[in-house]
Design a protein around this ligand. Structure first.
Ligand SMILES: *Cc1c(COP(=O)(O)O)cnc(C)c1O
Length: 427
């Protein structure tokens, strides 16, 4: 398997773009070796610059739930592009996607579209601060909500992978308003509220975290957060940028039966184009400019091409049985890995939430970031490298989720499990 073209592109890229990439985890730094440059993708497969095919479990980090280059999405996009690509004015497409989003998330009365998950989370926090007239926020260690300043304090995803959960460049004056609690530990949240009874504007939490690897909420954890927020007068922001249309049509709030004040969306809602969204109760959302005083804007927000990709993707997801097959595929994969790990005596914990999963190389049942960090990173990196040689494209970090798509076939799963078996041998 030659990857000469990727190597030579990386050399060129390194002189032009910091680290050669436009988002840090893409660089494969945590696992060694350079990144593959991708030339095209179709269904469950992705092809590198040397035309090697791989079974893809990154799925653009979540959005590609239908698989790559889905024919319905592509044909709608081609029609949309012919009409012009951006107007900077309202279109009916925004209303269609807004209606579908609100239908899927009954906790939202209104929604606003932005161009990324980062913008959604950043704007949701601004709104919560304005609504409550309070400054402090509570987040969880290992959760990731994009790269806004207040949120890069003990953050997950790339920040966790590179050991810079507290980024330089974030003024201490900002960071002091961010409190960190322990995921799945309501007492840690209650303690922060009690120490700061009148200053916490909101608790922001991932629906089902995927940015410290996959971690599932304990029974009662999310509803418990909603109760604490009510008790102390803060808002609950559920960041469902990853989990939104991933666990089911309606996200973690539907699965775990919790009604947040504000919800953030991204990834799948843009079907592979840049879209984010945040929405919630009317009384809160109407504080946004121009109906209210809280400023928020975007030149490309609600872009007609991006809206089209979102609308078509959601349409496919609403088809009967769409999620059943996806969840079945994921379950087969997880059980297969567990069975191989047992046979090969590799201590690991296969965490799964809907159609995302992480194989943690630890004996612990991972319930929070401290547990996740007990993983054997050297073993992960060896595993990753062997899987890549077997043409399976995994997220290049222990602290990320694998994303299964509707395009993954039974053969993809059995090929993947055969590669896992070979990779676990003598690991
Ligand atoms: C990916 C992600 C974000 C950031 O979204 P971007 O589109 O990368 O800015 C925020 N929150 C969660 C939970 C995410 O998974």
């Amino acid at each position: 398997m030659g990857t000469k073209k990727s190597a030579s592109l990386l050399k060129r890229a390194s002189a032009l773009i910091p680290g050669g990439v436009n988002s840090p985890v893409r660089a494969f730094k945590a696992v060694g070796g350079g990144p593959l440059f991708i030339s095209r993708a179709k269904g469950s497969k992705i092809f590198d610059a040397d035309n090697n095919p791989y079974i893809d479990y990154i799925g653009s980090w979540g959005p590609m739930i239908l698989g790559h280059a889905h024919p319905k999405v592509l044909s709608a996009l081609k029609k949309a592009i012919d009409k012009g690509t951006s107007f900077g004015a309202p279109t009916e497409l925004e209303l269609t996607l807004a209606e579908e989003t609100i239908k899927a998330f009954p906790s939202m009365d209104m929604v606003r579209f932005v161009s990324s998950g980062t913008e959604a989370a950043m704007s949701a926090i601004r709104l919560a601060r304005a609504f409550t007239k309070r400054d402090d926020i509570i987040k969880f260690e290992g959760c990731y909500h994009g790269h806004a300043d207040s949120l890069l304090v003990k953050a997950g995803s790339g920040a966790a992978t590179f050991g810079v959960p507290d980024s330089p460049g974030v003024p201490a004056d900002f960071a002091k308003h961010t409190f960190n609690a322990v995921y799945n530990d309501l007492d840690s949240v209650r303690a922060l509220f009690e120490q700061n009874p009148a200053s916490v504007a909101c608790v922001i939490v991932e629906g089902a975290p995927g940015n410290m690897g996959v971690v599932t909420p304990r029974e009662g954890f999310l509803p418990g957060l909603a109760e604490l927020c009510k008790q102390f007068g803060g808002l609950l922001i559920m960041d469902e940028v990853m989990s939104g249309f991933r666990l089911c049509y309606g996200g973690a709030q539907k699965v775990y039966n919790v009604v947040p004040d504000i919800t953030c969306l991204g990834k799948i809602i843009g079907g592979g184009l840049p879209v984010g969204a945040f929405g919630g109760k009317r009384q809160i959302m109407e504080m946004l400019s121009p109906s209210g005083p809280v400023y928020q804007a975007g030149t490309l927000s609600g872009n007609p091409v991006a809206m089209t990709a979102g609308i078509e993707t959601l349409k496919e997801l609403r088809k009967k049985g769409a999620y059943e097959k996806l969840l079945q595929t994921t379950e087969t994969l997880c059980h297969g890995i567990e069975e191989i790990a047992e046979r090969r005596s590799i201590p690991c914990h296969v965490a799964r939430a809907g159609s995302m999963l992480t194989v943690f190389f630890t004996e612990r049942h991972v319930e929070n970031y401290t547990d996740a960090k007990t993983s054997n990173l050297k073993r992960f990196s060896q595993y990753f490298t062997r899987m890549l040689k077997n043409r399976i494209y995994l997220p290049p970090s222990q602290f990320e989720a694998l994303f299964v798509s509707m395009a993954h076939t039974k053969k993809d799963v059995s090929d993947t499990l055969a590669a896992v078996d070979r990779s676990f041998k003598g690991l």
